[in-house]
Design a protein around this ligand. Structure first.
Ligand code: COA
Ligand code: AMP
Length: 635
């Protein structure tokens, strides 16, 4: 039996038995303007506040305070961009300078505390600078991943109602340049909400035209700017809104506060990632995702580390050794990436390439974004020979719920498990009726309330969705939307979503949103989109479509048209490439499509035919069709 060791146990017990004491100790490690005296406040059965009377500024803690501690000349950020051939280092002082100046630009353009700013940028340092500058003024950023379409951007603009938008002229992918400006222009035109102005960073590779009277040139504005000071905020004031896919077509804006976020991230850098100031931390993600917010921008800086901001892919930049090159060149101590990245590297077989790099500085590889399948886990362990740590978290939590807590005690890993709950998270497996299930039995993964600091405080502009979506299914718990089990040693195995959210290349997508788009095609009578197995990206969407009577369209033509529509409406990152025509879909007698059954068929799992099904004969028919088309598989 694997032992669960004492330092971890100590933190876990303290965080459970006396959370106020435990988290006030963690809060004391940060530089507050006014330390909180109220640590945890219960507002009602669903809402809690951490550190509600604390006064602070996240940007101050991440930059100014680090400089005050003598880290001015230490490298804060390394920009490594194989797609442009550039590498650039910013010391804490240089980063502070850019952030304070850009905050001056924002201030001069009327940005005030509490105002929202949408940031739609590629992986360039200016994206992090923009985020920190917004935080410096006590305003609220909402970063939209650069791969999203103008439609998705417009939806987020309408929901967040920003005063300003910040963007860049283009993004650079391996094989093409993506002009951001036309997407931004289209989004600004589509959105009902009108912004006061947009600030555009002109990239040398492909500058863009600016609209007079609305668009401002980042570089020109910086020449005129005066540095701006930090604006104090309450710990409970929002730092950012980050949209994530739910089960409906409308993304939800996860709201993160300032205080809990800073405390939790700083704790995680020690307890989970085992870093100390000066360490080099590389989260190979994108600032558009929660991993990028937490572990490219905020956590490494709050902890006095050096962060790597990488503009490239794990493969083809220029080859599959990109990760090893970056780790060796920048002496990365902790690498954090998605399993899909390693599956892509593995496919290219970097055996020879790997041996030419010195990875002696690398201590750990952390993985998240999707389940780390045992085959990938064993492959990375064998190739790299360093601890490989699967850890589970969500946009909503902002930091890991379960992990092998390397900074407390590195436990024996079990392939397929994200090890144990991180102190502060009380993880339980519940059945449909909300009762705990025995060890090794699968169920719904739920987190007992209150959640620790750093987790979402609500959904922007829609607290009802927060309560209904997360807190009402199992009273007293946050319903994670993931299913899995805890084994006899207390190890958590997260097996996948229990809802209609899918994970494609570590990107969270809503099948509901894709269904809306597919259903809007004139030939489609009815449809269902599910996630099916894909060897590199983990999952890919599959649309099953019933065509309207009398419509004559071939499967390949329909598929091509649907692919184009989803690409246009959501973006290329949806990786929507497959649609099949079916004769029937399994439904309950009340007409609800039995998606869970379809998911079971797609993974080749055994399924029980529910008594409520209208037409059981359609199940073997669908299974056969999917078999014929080679759509059934599992990791
Ligand atoms: N801006 C514009 N378009 C983007 C984009 C961006 N920031 N990011 C991705 N896209 C586009 C790609 O160009 C691609 O378009 P295409 O279909 O025309 O080729 C499409 O979206 C799909 O991109 P991606 O999922 O990245 O697939 P890929 O085949 O180019 O690369 C991997 C495959 C596995 C290498 C890549 O998905 C990867 O690195 N994944 C890791 C993801 C990750 O870190 N997630 C964060 C979780 S922690
Ligand atoms: P996101 O909010 O985009 O970070 O996606 C969160 C979802 O990704 C979770 O609800 C899980 O379904 C999945 N996920 C993230 N990390 C893991 C992991 N380590 N193991 C299994 N699933 C994971």
């Amino acid at each position: 039996m694997t032992s669960i060791t004492s330092l971890y146990q100590q933190h876990k017990r303290l965080a459970t038995d006396d959370p106020e004491h435990f988290w006030s100790q963690q809060a004391n490690k940060l530089a507050w303007y006014q330390k909180p005296t109220s640590i945890l406040k219960k507002l009602d059965d669903h809402h809690y506040q951490w550190f509600s009377d604390g006064v602070m500024n996240t940007c101050y803690m991440a930059l100014d305070h680090q400089i005050e501690q003598g880290r001015g000349n230490q490298t804060a950020l390394i920009y490594d961009s194989p797609v442009t051939g550039q590498t650039k280092k910013y010391s804490y002082l240089q980063l502070w300078d850019q952030v304070a100046l850009f905050a001056g630009v924002l201030k001069a353009n009327g940005l005030e505390k509490g105002d929202r700013v949408v940031i739609y940028m590629p992986m360039i340092p200016e994206a992090a600078i923009a985020m920190l500058a917004v935080a410096r003024l006590g305003a609220v950023h909402s970063v939209v991943f650069g791969g999203f379409s103008s439609h998705e951007l417009a939806m987020r603009i309408d929901d967040a109602t920003p005063k300003l938008v910040i963007s860049a002229s283009c993004g650079i992918e391996i094989n093409r340049i993506i002009a951001y400006k036309p997407l931004l222009d289209e989004a600004l035109q589509k959105a009902s909400h009108k912004v006061q102005c947009s600030i555009v960073y002109q990239r040398a590779r492909q500058p863009c035209d600016l609209v007079a009277g609305r668009d401002l040139d980042w570089q020109q504005q910086m020449l005129l700017a005066e540095p701006a000071a930090c604006v104090p905020v309450l710990a409970t004031d929002p730092l950012y809104i980050l949209y994530t896919s739910g089960t409906t077509g409308k993304p939800k804006g996860v709201v993160r506060d300032n205080g809990g976020h800073a405390v939790a991230l700083n704790y995680s850098m020690q307890a989970v990632y085992d870093t100390k100031p000066g360490d080099v931390f590389w989260a190979a993600s994108d600032v558009g995702w929660v991993v990028g917010h937490s572990y490219i921008v905020y956590a490494p800086l709050l902890a006095g580390c050096t962060t790597v901001l990488y503009e490239g892919k794990p493969v083809f930049t220029p080859d599959a050794s990109a990760f090893w090159r970056v780790c060796a060149e920048h002496k990365v101590n902790v690498l954090f990436a998605a399993p899909t990245a390693f599956r892509a590297i593995r496919k290219e077989d970097p055996q020879a390439l790997l041996q030419t790099y010195d990875l002696s500085a690398l201590k750990y590889i952390f993985m998240a974004g999707e389940r780390l399948d045992p085959a990938t886990y064993f492959w990375v362990v064998e190739k790299i020979g360093k601890p490989v740590i699967d850890h589970w978290w969500q946009t909503e939590t902002g930091w890991p719920i379960s992990a092998n807590p390397a900074g407390l005690e590195l436990m024996n890993a079990k392939a397929g498990s994200s090890t144990v709950p991180v102190p502060g998270f009380k993880v339980e497996i519940l059945d449909e009726s909300g009762l705990p299930v025995p060890a090794n039995q699968q169920g719904y993964i739920a987190l007992q309330l209150p959640l620790p600091p750093g987790c979402l405080s609500s959904i922007w502009g829609n607290d009802e969705r927060f309560v209904d979506g997360y807190l009402s299914t199992f009273p007293g718990y946050y319903a994670s939307g993931d299913g899995g089990y805890i084994d006899e040693d207390g190890y958590l195995f997260v097996m996948g979503r229990t809802d209609d959210v899918i994970n494609v290349a570590g990107h969270r997508l809503s099948t509901g949103e894709m269904e809306q788009i597919v259903a809007s095609h004139p030939a489609v009578a009815e449809c269902c989109v599910i996630g099916i197995y894909e060897a590199i990206k983990g999952q890919q969407p599959l649309a099953m479509v019933l065509v309207k009577n009398g419509v004559d369209i071939s499967e390949s033509q329909l598929e091509a048209e649907l692919v184009a529509m989803v690409r246009q409406e959501i973006g290329a990152l949806a990786c929507f490439k497959k649609a099949i025509i079916v004769q029937r879909l399994p439904k309950t007698r009340s007409g609800k499509i039995l998606r869970k059954l379809l998911r079971q068929i797609a993974t080749g799992s055994d399924y029980a035919v529910p008594s409520t099904i209208d037409d059981p004969a359609c199940l073997p028919e669908l299974a056969e069709l999917m078999q014929q088309k080679d759509l059934i598989g599992t990791a």
